[in-house]
Design a binder for this molecule. Structure first.
Ligand SMILES: Cc1cc2nc3c(=O)[nH]c(=O)nc-3n(C[C@H](O)[C@H](O)[C@H](O)COP(=O)(O)O)c2cc1C
Length: 399
C-alpha cells in the first residue's frame, strides 16, 4: 500500500498533492470529483442516456462474469505490456476521448495526455476539445490518437485531420455511434442547455447555484477564461467554434460508412472505428479499412437499451476473426474488469469515466492515480489468477 501512495504522490502537481493518494479505488476518485465539481459538471461525466439502463448494464456485465484461477502457481513477475497498432504500451488501458475535459479541470486534455504519457499508454483527444491539437502534442511526449467527429462538416474535419497528421498523432478514431446526442436527462435537469449553450443571463439564473456551491472550481474556471471555444473545429470564418454555437452545427455530426472512404484518403495512418456493437458492423469497419475496432456503447451515453459492451465483445471478436485488433470500453472501473475483457478477446480497453473522475478530483495527479490504481489491480489480479502475462490470458480464465 505504501508503495502505491508513494508512486502517486511523486507524480502529483502542487495543489492536489495529498488528495488523490488517499484514493484506494476508482470509486474514491469519483466521490472526490463529486465534492470538487459543480453538480452540472459531475453529472455530465457520471450520467448516461434516458433511464441509464445501458450505463448500469456495462458495470453489471463485469460483475456477473467470474474467474477460474489456477492456484498454487508462483508468478514472480507480471507482464502487463501489450501491443496496439504496432506500438508497445506499458499497460492494456488507453484513455478514451472525453469531450469538454476543460470543464472537468482547467487544461484537462493536456493533463490527461501527460498522465497517459508518463504511464506509458495512449491518450485519445476528442474533437470537442478546448485545447489545440498542437498544444497537446507540444506538452506531452507519449502516443496520441485523434478522435475525429464530423461536427462542423467535412471541411472542418479534414482541416483537423491534417493538423493531427502534421502534429504526429499516430491513429485516427472514428466514432460511429453518435448521429445525434443521446438524451442525457441529468444534463437537461441541471440546465446544461441554459448554462452552456445560451448567451443570455436570464435563463441561466435558476441553475447558477450549482456553480456558486463550488467556489474553488468556479474561481479556477473564471481565472482561466471560462469555457474555451472548440479549438479544433474551425468555423467557416477560420476561427475556433464558440461553444454556444455548437448547438446549430450538431446536425452535421453524423458519420456514415461512406465517410470512411474520404477519411481514408486524407489519413494514411491506422484508423480505429469506435462504437461497434455487432459482428456485422465490425466486418463493415474492416471492409472500410479499419485496423482496429472498439466495442463500445459510448459508456451508456447514446442509445439506452443496447447491450453491455462486454456482452457484445465475443460476437465482435468472432466476426473480426483476427483481421483487425479489437478493443472495448464501457464500465471499466477495476483491473479485474480489464482482465475479464482481455480474457474475452480484447487486446486492450479504453477507460473514460475512470480517468475523468481522477481529472475531476485532482487534475493530472488524479488521472495518474486512476492509472496507478488500475495498474496495481492488474498486477495483483494476474498473480491471483496464476498467470504471468496479459498476453497469456484467454477464455479458460473466466466462466
Ligand atoms: C464525459 C464524457 C465525454 C465523452 N466524450 C466523447 C467524445 O467526445 N467522443 C467519443 O467518441 N466518446 C466520448 N465519450 C465516450 C468515451 O470515449 C467512452 O466510450 C466511454 O466513456 C466508456 O465508458 P466508461 O466511461 O464507462 O469507461 C465520452 C464519455 C464521457 C464520460
Amino acid at each position: 500500500m505504501s508503495k502505491i501512495i508513494t508512486s502517486a504522490t511523486n507524480i502529483t502537481g502542487k495543489r492536489h498533492r495529498t488528495l488523490p493518494a488517499r484514493a484506494i479505488a476508482i470509486e474514491d476518485l469519483r466521490l472526490m470529483a463529486r465534492r470538487r465539481l459543480p453538480k452540472v459538471v459531475f453529472d455530465y461525466v457520471d450520467g448516461g442516456a434516458d433511464a441509464e439502463v445501458t450505463l448500469n448494464a456495462n458495470r453489471a456485465a463485469f460483475d456477473t462474469l467470474t474467474f477460474r484461477p489456477r492456484h498454487a502457481v508462483a508468478v514472480p513477475q507480471c507482464n502487463l505490456q501489450t501491443r496496439v497498432l504496432g506500438r508497445d504500451l506499458a499497460l492494456p488501458v488507453l484513455l478514451a476521448p472525453v469531450a469538454y475535459s476543460g470543464l472537468i479541470h482547467t487544461g484537462g486534455e493536456l493533463a490527461a495526455a501527460q498522465a497517459a504519457s508518463k504511464a506509458g499508454t495512449v491518450y485519445i483527444l476528442s474533437t470537442l476539445s478546448g485545447q489545440r491539437i498542437e498544444e497537446i502534442r507540444a506538452g506531452c511526449a507519449g502516443s496520441l490518437w485523434y478522435q475525429v467527429s464530423l461536427l462542423g462538416g467535412r471541411e472542418a474535419a479534414e482541416a483537423a485531420i491534417e493538423r493531427a497528421k502534421n502534429a504526429g498523432f499516430s491513429a485516427l478514431v472514428v466514432t460511429i455511434d453518435s448521429p445525434t446526442n443521446g438524451n442525457r436527462e441529468r444534463d437537461l435537469r441541471n440546465g446544461v442547455l441554459e448554462l452552456v449553450f445560451q448567451d443570455r443571463l436570464l435563463p441561466k439564473i435558476p441553475f447558477l447555484w450549482q456553480l456558486l456551491a463550488r467556489p474553488t472550481w468556479l474561481a479556477d474556471f473564471w481565472r482561466n477564461g471560462g469555457m474555451p471555444p472548440l479549438q479544433n473545429v474551425l468555423s467557416p470564418g477560420g476561427g475556433p467554434t464558440p461553444i454556444n454555437k455548437i448547438g446549430s452545427i450538431l446536425t452535421y455530426q453524423v458519420t456514415v460508412w461512406e465517410d470512411l472512404r474520404w477519411i481514408r484518403a486524407c489519413w494514411n495512418g491506422p484508423i480505429v472505428v469506435k462504437g461497434v456493437l455487432t459482428g456485422d458492423d465490425a466486418r463493415r469497419a474492416i471492409y472500410e479499412g479499419a485496423g482496429a475496432v472498439v466495442v463500445s456503447n459510448h459508456g451508456g451515453r447514446q442509445l439506452d437499451g443496447v447491450q453491455a459492451s462486454l456482452r457484445a465483445l465475443p460476437e465482435v471478436v468472432a466476426a473480426v476473426n483476427g483481421e483487425a485488433e479489437v478493443m472495448m470500453d464501457g464500465g471499466v472501473r477495476r483491473g479485474t474488469d480489464v482482465i475479464k475483457a482481455i480474457c474475452l478477446g480484447a487486446r486492450a480497453v479504453l477507460c473514460g469515466r475512470a480517468y475523468a473522475y481522477g481529472l475531476g478530483a485532482a487534475g493530472e495527479a488524479g488521472v495518474a492515480r486512476a492509472l496507478a490504481i488500475l495498474r496495481s489491480d492488474l498486477d495483483r489480479t494476474l498473480r491471483l489468477l496464476g498467470c504471468e502475462s496479459t498476453a497469456m490470458l484467454d477464455r479458460s480464465y473466466v466462466d
